[in-house]
Design a protein. Sequence first.
Length: 256
Amino acid sequence: MICGKTIREFRKKRNMSLKELAEKANLSVSYLCEIERGKKQPSLEVIEKLAAALNISKDALFDEHSPKGSGTTSPGERISILRRERGLSLSELAQKAGISATYLCQIENGNVLPSLATLKAIARALNVSPQDFLSSSHVGYKIRKIRQERGITQAELAKKAGVSTGLIGQIESGKVEPSIKTLEKIASALSLSPCYFVSDDDDITSLLRPMNPELKQLLVDPKVKSFLEMVADCTPEEFMFIMKFVQLYKEHRNKG
């Protein structure tokens, strides 16, 4: 989170008054005062304006003692900041993004990690780029999301993938981009194809859209999920065998 005290210290070091910094950052004096007193959290746009006005890196404005780490905020926290700055309620933003208010509340509280498709919908509703919500890389975000959804710790994933826990943490935070070999190890540990981490969610959405509602509902069945995880480990030959079996079954059913 942004530390208002840090902003005030930088301002005073540069012998700037509240009014001077506010004018330079194109903000109101009252709003800047509330930020410095810790009563309001600025959006990323405002942080960039303040950093430019103070001639420092925007990372320097984050509280290094924050429990979430230096310079990092979750997508939910960033969404909440932008939503409040635009004067939108949870219900209003949820309606604009096409999701439920309950789900949006869980995202903002950090209880769930939204898919990239959902982040894009929220970004459109707030008129910002989806990248404004991501403090980690595209690949790191997806790895963290699937790991947390499965209730696996970084240490457990690292052990299963044969890499260090520190490396998993650096990848998830976006500090390191994994090599193809490392990505293959992580994908294998999660029973997924490496392509999952580099493809856009829109590719998956395009496959799910034509499905009938009954089939979509069936996909959340635990038994079906277990089957899909087993399929993910198949060799190309094994997968082609399953495809041929399904095709033969459908042909037999149609004849009957």
